[in-house]
Ligand binder design. Structure first.
Ligand code: ADP
Ligand code: MG
Length: 637
């Protein structure tokens, strides 16, 4: 029988070290968190060989008194936590009180520290956790920890280290994230003698983003500011046209801590649905703050996973915050003060050519859909209820999961679906159809000035306009019309109108398409197609949507079959895809002549900022400023 023995403190330290200190990046993380907790305004991280041979973190924080230096390296030594109750309300970053002990036990460590205002500092050397004696040292106010030869005494751990370059890039990512969550602290990273990152610490998130994530990313952003009582979501998101191929540029913080959260990802991406191209993902740096008792950040040892008490509240906050930011971004800029315009009196917002803002336009001109479920209440009760347009949180999560994430990024962790489904808020109801404007909308349009001047149409595809600020606009009429149709279809409360064909039309389909279509006949009916099975792989069409031509009907059904197959796993996506397909088929085609009235309605919608992207995420308009034109002709430089 083996004897039971208590582990020696050294062995206990090594075990703890295994949990706290996994790799150089985890050392940097602990040391940076200590620096932040110490009230630093500037920190420098210097690494050599990915941090394996040399790693230094220096700060200008409160410092540690000489007699406390050895105490800081005792296990469970902390100045931050005294009672079990403190655990619940913990505001500081680290609280286990074992980071320094753990790091010291697997390295050769030097610490230099001088408290604020003290005449001199002190230093201490530890070798594999064994401390030497504290000695006086000349050093600046603050603390500097130097870690050499990490894992020199734990060869097993050393074997598992990745290449130095992988460790270095993990450290870069970490420093960038901490810099983003602390814009008031200046972070500097020096890799093998070269400065890799330096944030100004001026308190502005945008400048931290610029320094940490690059100029191009920083220039593609719109600001998000949302609050609801004690909750807030602030930060920046990319414009829809700056979507990226992966989720690698999505950064979320909850109460200052970097987290992975499917809920936050889903809320963000839901705000982009129908604005961003398929396969593209928005980027963001979004920070959610909420009272400590509404969130549990302690459910995972690495504390990157959070659990929100009220998930719907958080989802709505982020979703609406991002939606508003994107809407605001698309709205025309107000005319700068000093532009003399008599009409300004009539329009307090100042843009004289515009009859009203996009918001007013929506508020006054839009037929509000009733209830919270977006549209598409159907007269056919048999329709698959999942296709009724209500997304549950689980749907959203599934959607979020189905998309690829950056291979190197840590896997998205399991998300516990809420007990009750979260209803995604209905999209903003959209104004009436092109062909039949609502009466009040017409009167509003007539009352004021003609908005943009339509100069003409080129290539039978692009409408050329001019605005009051001397900008030239090109509008893709097909993309714009597609969007108008899509919004109109999506906002309607009855099934799409259909036209009965004089002679029913028989159409053959490949068997997979036929199977997809024949399984969804009630749904097709809802979308205006009245059809029935007509022999093997053949459908008989009796009625088709009123908005599409007879010649388009079969190709529309083929595309719809494709949509149904592609999105078989996700009914909500399938529904949107179907709407997009119909919207496209019902839209004026590039290359076809359109009449002036048709163009006018499209231009008005684009001008009001109401539509920006076609349902596939392509832009509907492009701007050429007077300056850009002058540059083109070398009139300006
Ligand atoms: P914890 O951070 O959980 O308290 P650590 O082992 O990381 O545990 O640190 C132990 C203690 O040493 C801290 O509570 C703090 O008082 C002190 N300390 C560590 N790093 C610093 C620093 N950079 N500046 C000032 N004090 C520090
Ligand atoms: Mg700590």
């Amino acid at each position: 029988m083996p004897h039971i023995q208590q582990l020696s403190p050294h062995i206990a330290d090594l075990i703890a070290a295994g949990e706290v200190v996994e790799r150089p990046a985890s050392v940097v993380k602990e040391l940076l968190e200590n620096a932040i907790d110490a009230g630093a305004t500037a920190v420098t991280v210097e690494i050599k060989d990915g941090g394996m041979t040399y790693l230094r973190v220096s700060d200008d924080g409160c410092g540690i008194a000489p007699d406390e230096l050895p105490i800081a390296f005792l296990r469970h030594a902390t100045s931050k936590l005294r009672t079990a109750e403190d655990l619940a309300a913990i505001g500081t970053l680290g609280f286990r009180g074992e980071a320094l002990a753990a790091i010291a036990s697997v390295s050769r460590l030097d610490i230099f520290s001088r408290t604020q205002g003290a005449p001199a500092g002190a230093m201490l050397h530890l070798e594999g956790g064994v401390p030497g004696t504290v000695r006086e040292a000349g050093c600046p106010e603050g603390t500097s920890v130097i870690v050499r030869d990490l894992f020199f005494n734990t060869p097993a751990r050393l074997k598992f280290m990745k290449r130095d370059s992988a460790e270095a890039s993990a450290i870069s990512g970490l420093v960038a994230h901490l810099a983003l969550s602390h814009p008031s602290i200046s972070f500097k990273l020096i890799k093998d003698g070269t400065e890799a990152l330096h944030t100004p610490g001026d308190g502005a998130l945008k400048s931290a983003i610029y320094a940490a994530l690059g100029r191009e990313f920083a220039l593609s952003l719109v600001e998000v500011r949302a609050s609801d009582g004690s909750l807030a979501a602030n930060g920046f998101v990319t414009k829809p046209l700056n979507g990226r191929g992966t989720r690698g540029m999505q950064t979320f913080f909850v109460n200052g801590r970097l987290v992975k959260s499917q809920l936050l990802t889903a809320a963000l991406e839901e705000a982009y649905s129908n604005r961003i191209m398929k396969g593209k993902y928005p980027g963001c740096v979004l920070s959610v703050t909420l009272p400590c008792d509404m969130v549990d950040v302690n459910v995972h040892p690495a504390k990157t996973i959070v659990k929100f008490l009220n998930e719907k509240l958080i989802f709505d906050l982020v979703y609406h915050g991002v939606t508003d930011a994107l809407d605001r971004d698309g709205a025309p800029e107000p005319v700068k003060p000093g532009v003399p315009q008599a009409r300004q009196v009539q329009n307090p917002r100042g843009d004289f050519y515009q009859s009203m803002t996009a918001e007013q336009f929506r508020a006054q001109g839009a037929p509000k859909s009733k209830g919270s479920a977006p549209v598409f209440q159907t007269r056919i009760p048999a329709v698959n209820s999942e296709l009724s347009g209500r997304l549950t949180a689980a749907d959203v999560m599934r959607r979020a999961q189905s998309a690829p994430s950056k291979p190197s990024a840590p896997a998205v962790t399991a998300y516990e679906a809420p007990a009750k489904p979260v209803n995604i808020p209905a999209p903003t109801p959209v104004p009436a159809p092109v062909s039949a404007p609502e009466p009040e909308q017409v009167s509003l349009m007539q009352e004021d000035v003609v908005p943009w001047r339509i100069a003409g149409e080129v290539l039978d595809t692009y409408i050329v306009c001019e605005d009051a600020e001397k900008n030239v606009w090109l509008i893709d009429k097909h993309a714009a019309h597609e969007r108008v149709n899509f919004d109109r279809f999506k906002a309607r409360t009855e099934p799409i109108m259909s036209q009965t064909l004089l002679t029913p039309l028989a159409a053959d389909f490949p068997s997979s398409e036929f199977a997809a279509l024949s399984a969804q006949l009630p749904l097709l009916q809802e979308f205006g197609f009245d059809c029935e099975e007509f022999g093997p792989n053949s459908l008989l069409l009796r009625a088709i949507p009123a908005d599409i031509g007879e010649g388009e009907a079969v190709s529309a059904l083929e595309e719809i079959a494709g949509d149904l197959i592609t999105h078989a796993a996700n009914p909500a996506d399938a529904r949107d895809a179907l709407l997009a397909t119909l919207a496209c088929k019902a839209a004026v085609k590039g290359g076809m002549k359109s009449d002036a009235r048709e163009l006018r309605v499209l231009v008005d919608k684009v001008q009001s900022g109401e539509i920006e992207y076609c349902p596939h995420g392509r832009p509907v308009k492009a701007k050429l400023s007077k300056y850009e034109l002058e540059k083109m002709f070398k009139r300006a430089t």
